[in-house]
Write a protein that binds this ligand. Structure first.
Ligand SMILES: [Zn+2]
Length: 472
């Protein structure tokens, strides 16, 4: 294949003319962590600028260039870009993203396209929970783009999993549905219209203070990672910062630090000792609660710290359960537990643990008999609740079934279920519908049609009471 780099100067040009870029040297949008464009979006705009499809541009120019620079197969580059989730691939912190960014740098004679990927964070932050696998956007950012008459572009910040909000507009990011294939788009104009439609239909939900603050902290980290390109993760730096935080804010007690963050004690111990690398969501949490930057934790800076309460909105699976209850005398707890059980204020073991402010494990270990009783009653309650819901479902099914019969229409399951829409909480699973159907048919005597369902309803001829008597 012909090398894209071996292009001759046009006739008559001086030999010492400055090098020309092979592709149009399109500058990426945005200048800071808040609003920098990501590489997937940049590639889409670059293809539009050349009036070529993404895949064609890769197949003809970017692929052969990457083959020459990095020895990667041109076909693989075309495969990278052909996927619906291509922007995740080229924006990540992997070798693939490196090849994309630097090939494009050479082709456009730019030097900064790697900043449109998560490569600057590669050495600093653990890849765990780093990149979001969903495409997300802030409707107000898109609206700004339209107002300022530039292309709507995706920000690098939105591709980070721990970011849930736009720090500029204080709005929750909106998820785009996962697509195996991209919808058919006929040229850039069509893409703009579909983006505007998307923006108009998106709901504007205000983000919580923590979501905004953590997004801002991560945006600052993106900026800081550019300033310190050689900085990498070091267990001793993380350990130095955390020891400083525990000493200045919690009198040297890491357990109190863990309780403040609502994180498991042993996990915090692992961080402080430098045995566990903190993931990005945790870094943002600690920086938020200590009033510092994420870079301070990573570089081990002993900065002035201020205590801020941990947010309530943390992922339920990440926070330590339990609470202050475990510190109270056992007899007092037992008495309260009996009262709760006697008054019927708790229905299962989980509710009991929550009322006593202890963890489920604590309840099981200290009050095994009571816990077993509560588990049993909880199970029975769930069972009876299910039975009740089943009966209600069957009754409504039967009444709709009868209504169709009265109208002379065959009560096919599909028709009955359609009429039940809005009358029941959930249309349930297929097996529930089948059970209700069998019961309804048994009750009304209508025979279940196999295969093609009849248009009209033929009720089975049943001898009336009078006829029977005559025969007898
Ligand atoms: Zn925004």
């Amino acid at each position: 294949m012909k090398s894209p780099f071996r292009t001759k100067l046009p006739g008559g040009w001086p030999e010492d003319a400055p090098p020309r870029s092979i592709l149009y040297s399109l500058p990426p949008y945005g200048c800071s962590g808040d609003d920098r464009e990501h590489l997937g979006s940049y590639i889409a705009r670059l293809s539009n600028a050349h009036d070529m499809a993404r895949w064609t541009l890769t197949n003809r120019i970017i692929g052969p260039a990457a083959e020459e620079l990095f020895g990667v197969s041109s076909d693989r580059m075309a495969r990278d870009i052909g996927r619906a989730d291509y922007s995740v691939k080229v924006t990540s912190a992997t070798e693939q993203a490196y090849q994309w960014a630097h090939t494009l740098n050479r082709l456009t004679l730019r030097t900064n396209l790697q900043l449109c990927t998560l490569l600057p964070l590669k050495e600093l932050v653990s890849p765990f929970l780093l990149l979001s696998d969903r495409r997300r956007f802030c409707p107000s950012c898109y609206r700004d783009d339209v107002q300022k008459e530039r292309d709507c572009y995706d920000r690098l910040l939105w591709s980070i999993d721990a970011v849930a909000a736009c720090p500029l507009h204080r709005l929750k990011l909106v998820n785009l549905p996962k697509l195996k294939r991209r919808p058919m788009v006929f040229g850039p104009a069509d893409e703009v219209t579909s983006t505007i439609k998307l923006t108009e239909s998106a709901e504007l939900l205000p983000a919580s203070d923590y979501e905004v603050a953590s997004a801002r902290l991560i945006a600052e980290l993106l900026d800081d990672s550019v300033v310190f390109p050689d900085a990498g993760y070091s267990a001793s730096a993380q350990s130095a910062f955390l020891t400083h935080a525990v000493d200045t804010l919690f009198n040297g007690k890491s357990a109190r630090f863990a309780a403040h963050l609502r994180v498991n004690k042993s996990q915090v111990h692992g961080w402080v000792k430098g045995k566990i690398q903190m993931c990005l969501p945790r870094l943002a949490l600690v920086a938020y609660c200590c009033g510092c930057a994420i870079a301070d934790i990573l570089l081990g800076n002993k900065v002035m710290l201020s205590l801020r309460p941990a947010p309530q909105c943390q992922d339920r699976r990440l926070i330590a359960s339990g609470g202050e209850g475990a510190k109270r005398p056992r007899d007092e707890l037992r008495k309260e537990l009996y009262e709760l059980m006697r008054d019927g204020r708790i229905r299962n073991a989980t509710e009991a643990a929550k009322c006593l402010a202890v963890s489920s494990k604590f309840l099981r270990e200290n009050f095994p008999r009571e816990q077993a009783l509560l588990v049993q009653s909880g199970r029975e309650l769930v069972k009876s609740g299910r039975k009740e819901a089943m009966d209600v479902f069957d009754q409504i099914y039967l009444s709709e079934h009868k209504a169709l019969c009265d109208a002379g229409v065959y009560p096919a399951r599909r028709r009955v279920i359609e009429r039940m829409r809005g009358k029941v909480k959930s249309l349930g699973r297929r097996k529930n519908a089948e059970r209700a159907q069998r019961k309804a048919h048994a009750e009304t005597g209508v025979i279940i049609a196999r295969g093609r369902e009849p248009e009209r309803l033929f009720l089975p001829r049943r001898p009336s009471c009078g006829q029977t008597e005559e025969k007898v």
